[in-house]
Design a protein around this ligand. Structure first.
Ligand SMILES: *Cc1c(COP(=O)(O)O)cnc(C)c1O
Length: 244
């Protein structure tokens, strides 16, 4: 057991180093394109990561956790409390689970279809709540990915604007995997351009300040293209075990 403890300590120490390294890179990427680094917030993507490691990340300065699974998030909140950080839902949500979101999450990045938006609106109204959300765009048009394609979003946007209990703050995307980070740049740029268009058209009750884009492989490129929220898991916590 002593050995397991030693390696746990090492992991916790390396998490602190990792957080520092990622934050430095975030700042440098912002500065490269003349952006204020404070306009980029780091979301530590902590799915499958245990409470001790999450605590280490928070101690090292992480202020937002991104989680994918409701049950896992509930367990972590039981162990950590809210821990003075924001909890963001970044994974897909089933319609029959909507009622659980309000107590768990401060924001949802992964609102990916109109019917889900309508269900969230209905539930939120009952609770007298308003949920901050980002609209997920399938910018690469992949069949395997959820989210609106840009045309579909432009079609649905008025209906979304008519849902007073969801508070749209911006857009989110997961681009197709690319061998090199710079190859993701056109996707990030397209998301920003779509955001600029929506912001310019202007919709009641919606703001489009946030662009959630960029993960371990490509967050620096995403920042150069305007990301305000980067969702970084592996670069902070190391490789994830497979989930079965
Ligand atoms: C897991 C996950 C991430 C983090 O991925 P890494 O490559 O480990 O940085 C980001 N966004 C979403 C939606 C995720 O599910």
């Amino acid at each position: 057991m002593a050995q397991a403890n030693a390696s746990d300590t090492d992991k916790v120490l390396s998490i602190a180093d990792n957080v520092r390294r990622v934050r430095t890179r975030v700042r440098q990427a912002a500065e490269r394109v003349g952006r204020d680094p404070l306009t980029v917030r780091l979301v530590a993507a902590s799915k499958t990561v245990d409470a001790a490691r999450i605590r280490a990340a928070i101690a090292a300065g992480v202020t937002i956790l991104g989680e994918n699974y409701l049950q896992e998030t509930r367990q972590k909140l039981g162990q950590l409390g809210r821990a003075g950080v924001e909890w963001h839902l970044i994974g897909p949500l089933q319609r029959n689970k909507v009622r659980y979101v309000f107590d768990l999450f401060d924001m949802m990045h992964s609102l990916d279809r109109l019917e889900l938006a309508e269900e969230i609106n209905r539930r939120a109204e009952r609770l007298a709540r308003r949920l901050p959300v980002l609209l997920e765009v399938n910018i690469g048009g992949e069949a395997s990915k959820s989210g609106w394609n840009p045309t579909g979003l432009l079609n649905d946007i008025r209906q979304l604007a008519g849902l007073p209990h969801i508070q749209v703050r911006g857009l989110m995307t997961i681009p197709p995997p690319t061998p090199q980070p710079h190859e993701a740049r056109p996707f990030f740029r397209q998301l920003r351009q779509l955001r600029d268009r929506l912001a310019q058209e202007g919709y009641d009750g919606m703001t489009f300040d946030e662009l959630s884009m960029g993960m371990t492989a490509d967050y620096e490129v995403a920042i150069e293209e305007g990301a305000t929220l980067v969702r970084v898991g592996t670069a902070i916590f190391g490789p994830r075990p497979e989930r079965h």
